[in-house]
Design a protein around this ligand. Structure first.
Ligand code: ADP
Ligand code: MG
Length: 356
């Protein structure tokens, strides 16, 4: 087998090791299709309660849509719009999906104080996590970081520009969530009554199942990603997971994973092993799961109270605690591994002025 095939199989195994979908369909019927796109297997499960025509049409259309999203956002495709932007420093009249996604990426980056940063291309290259390293030197990390930061992105009427010739965008932590939403919306437009689009680490559900039941999503045990530590229910919107067990290499017994802390230039070590974010927006769920992973549990209340974001989260810590955000009904999470305990994130204490 060539290196490329071995790498693809390896990636397939790793990336699918993120979310289990509940096999129990409760009497619902589905048309299921799988693609390989955006570097990961994509599973479509489209409801067929009114007949199979809409689901089949939508599944076929999904193949075309996936190619479009790849040709917009792929950092590996030498002909993608993103690669053209990275290589030439500008895109005139960009596709509005790409422009909108970059705009949202810049917004979330600002709100998360740069913990999610779509300009990490140079840093991702020096780490070469998917290629197995090696650990870069401090000089290479500093040099890469010198060409990052959202202030380098200029979005003006009908044009995207990068203000530094060495800057390079990587949308790997937001594009799959956005594409999941786009496919779900297209399927609903095609008349699919209910269903789910999964990119492994990011999924969107839409419509209402005939029996009204939620989807039951397994959260992997970071210590044993082949098993689940618990289940979360989802009836609408998106869910994304970021974990240190997804893509990594090991050197001298240390794991170097793919979620980089833009503050240090190294894989984030915040005490979290994985973060699942639920949000009405797939792009936000995807970007925020990365951001919360970088920030750590202590910083989550600040973001949670930010009115410009809408999300709930399940945080899994290195000391085997599962922390739920306050708005997440604890009844929606079922623990499946008694080595873990469940708790709710403490609310930030708000200080009100005292009456004299
Ligand atoms: P997955 O790709 O498995 O869904 P994430 O959504 O957390 O995982 O995205 C991680 C990917 O995003 C990395 O492989 C890299 O391409 C990029 N990335 C790594 N760290 C960051 C970061 N702090 N901000 C934005 N993108 C990042
Ligand atoms: Mg993701």
């Amino acid at each position: 087998m060539t290196d490329r095939i071995v790498r693809s199989l390896f990636l397939l195994l790793l990336i699918t090791a993120l979310l289990f979908l509940s096999a129990g369909c409760g009497g619902q019927t589905y048309e299921e299709t799988t693609f390989f796109a955006m570097d990961t297997p994509v599973t479509l499960r489209y409801g067929t309660s009114g007949g199979t025509d809409a689901a089949r049409t939508a599944s076929k259309n999904a193949g075309t849509l996936l190619k479009e999203w790849e040709s917009l956002c792929s950092a590996h495709d030498p002909d993608s719009a993103l690669t053209v932007l990275n290589e030439t420093g500008s895109l005139t009249t960009p596709d509005e999906r790409l422009a909108g996604l970059i705009e949202e990426a810049v917004r979330v980056s600002g709100i998360t104080n740069g913990a999610f940063d779509p300009t990490l291309g140079p840093l991702i290259r020096v780490w070469n996590i998917s290629g197995g390293g090696p650990v870069p030197g401090e000089d290479a990390i500093s040099e890469a970081l010198a060409h990052t930061g959202c202030s380098l992105i200029r979005l003006t009427d009908g044009e995207i520009r990068l203000a530094d010739p060495s800057a390079s965008l990587d949308l790997g932590a937001i594009a799959k969530g956005a594409a999941a939403d786009a496919l779900a919306e297209a399927a609903a437009d095609d008349g699919v009554p209910y269903g789910l689009v999964s990119f492994g680490s990011s999924m969107t559900v839409f419509g209402e199942k005939p029996d009204g039941s939620p989807y039951k999503i397994g959260i992997r045990d970071p210590d044993d990603p082949a098993s689940v530590l618990g289940y979360i229910t989802l009836t609408e919107g998106s869910l994304s997971v970021s974990g240190d067990y997804e893509r990594y290499f090991e050197e001298d017994g240390v794991r170097y994973h793919h979620i980089l802390d833009p503050g240090t230039g190294t894989p984030a070590r915040s005490g979290l092993r994985s973060v699942a974010v639920l949000s009405p927006s797939g792009a936000d769920a995807d970007a925020l799961s990365t951001a919360l992973f970088v920030l750590g549990a202590d910083q989550v209340p600040n973001l949670y109270n930010d009115p410009s974001l809408s999300f709930e989260a399940v945080l899994v810590t290195g000391d085997r605690r599962v922390i739920l955000t306050n708005g997440l009904d604890p009844a929606r999470f079922t623990l499946a591994n008694s080595d873990y305990s469940v708790e709710t994130l403490p609310l930030l204490e708000l200080c009100f002025p005292q009456e004299p």
